[in-house]
Design a protein around this ligand. Structure first.
Ligand SMILES: Nc1nc2c(ncn2[C@@H]2O[C@H](COP(=O)(O)OP(=O)(O)OP(=O)(O)O)[C@@H](O)[C@H]2O)c(=O)[nH]1
Ligand SMILES: [Zn+2]
Length: 358
């Protein structure tokens, strides 16, 4: 079947009518950023599909009237857009990403794990109880800034806390750039309080520790029914309803929502600019140090140590910043080193092979 994709192409005329908010691809999160990467011919020959799940044996992806399994091939993560190669789905192309959230892969492996692509908003969820941890929130915020995703802090379980105000105040002090929403995830509050970010065509994700209410929030936004009634496919009927995997849901309101499993280990890598944005005041002050590579520990002429001396700096926050910067530098360097070693090894192998052939 040939579909009319012309309404998803970038419009050159200011007077062109906007695409209907619930047009099929828009409801999957298709935006001008993606449309401008493809021609009309490509849209018809290789229809766009959005990756909704990554499993061991490939990807699950959805498009206009399509919901299919894509075998291993495209290096894609949840939220990515593919151009479907109908003859050879494993050779489908991944469109350039608007944003991507990544971390250093957990455990001893020296690699990068892509968590989600093409998010507009990251709801960083914590609860008004012992889960609340400023350092963890700062870490998630730096990660979001680095990824070009708008971070919003959500504090759940206000209904079970005697001193919700205390948590809200601390959360609001984290960054003037990051809004804080406090709510009871089990009520109808999520729908109205998160409406500003959950508009049609937007993609949002819930990130945070296990048990803070990410699935409850997802269900609340979905109004209970839309998630429960998503098609159950034969090939993986087993694990379909667990929250151990990342899965992108499409709400009837036209917003795409990603529920993620609780992430215990969230190591930063290549997040220098995200950290600079999260700690922009300290970062800016650091540019006034005498030495360009000042570590703000013992160096003479250090603007940050001078500010500490004058009692102008929260030293606990300074320590958290320095810890994250060191962690990021370490991970970025070790991953880069492994990459270059892999490259050098590959080259040595190719050289040896070509010598053999001679
Ligand atoms: N009273 C109250 N209970 C909540 C709230 N948010 C979540 N809960 C409860 O907390 C428990 C954990 O919520 P989930 O939504 O499963 O948490 P999660 O973040 O998805 O957890 P993982 O899937 O393990 O990552 C459930 O029993 C929820 O009903 C809230 O705002 N108020
Ligand atoms: Zn310094």
């Amino acid at each position: 079947m040939t579909r009319d994709y012309s309404k998803f192409l970038p419009t050159t005329s200011e007077h062109a009518p906007p695409a209907s908010p619930l047009a099929p691809l828009v409801a999957l999160g298709w935006q001008p950023f993606f449309a401008q990467q493809v021609s009309i011919e490509q849209l018809q020959e290789t229809p766009p599909l959005r990756v909704t799940e990554v499993h061991r044996n490939g990807l699950q992806a959805r498009g206009d009237g399509i919901d299919m399994h894509i075998p291993h091939g495209p290096e894609a993560t949840v939220g990515d857009w593919l151009l479907l190669n109908r003859e050879l789905p494993s050779a489908s192309e991944v469109l350039e990403r608007k944003s991507v959230i990544k971390r250093r892969a957990p455990g001893k492996t020296l690699g990068v794990q892509l968590i989600a692509a093409n998010l507009d908003t990251a709801f960083i969820v914590s609860s008004c109880n012992d889960d609340f941890n400023v350092a963890r929130l700062e870490r998630f915020i730096a990660l979001s800034f680095e990824a070009d995703v708008t971070p919003v802090i959500i504090l759940t379980k206000v209904d079970t806390s005697d001193n919700a105000e205390h948590y809200i105040e601390q959360a609001e002090a984290i960054s003037p750039l990051v809004p804080v929403v406090a709510l009871n995830a089990k009520s109808d509050e999520p729908h109205s309080k998160l409406a500003d970010w959950c508009k049609p065509g937007q993609t949002v994700a819930f990130l945070g520790s296990s048990g803070v209410g990410k699935s409850t929030l997802t269900n609340s936004l979905a109004g209970d029914t839309s998630i429960a009634t998503q098609d159950v496919r034969e090939d993986d009927a087993r694990g379909r309803h667990t929250t151990t995997r990342r899965q992108l849901y499409f709400l009837s309101t036209g917003c795409a929502v990603l529920d993620t499993p609780g992430m215990r280990e969230l190591q930063l890598t290549d997040a220098a600019s995200g950290l600079a944005e999260m700690f922009f005041d300290l970062d800016e002050l650091g540019t006034r140090c005498k030495f360009n590579d000042c570590k703000h520990t013992v160096e003479p002429g250090c603007a940050i140590l001078a500010a500490v001396e004058r009692g102008e700096i929260d030293t606990a926050r300074l320590a958290r910043w320095q810890k994250l910067v060191l962690e990021d530098e370490h991970n970025s360097a070790t991953i880069a080193e492994r990459r270059s070693k892999d490259k050098a090894f590959g080259k040595a192998v190719r050289n040896a092979q070509s010598k053999k052939k001679k």
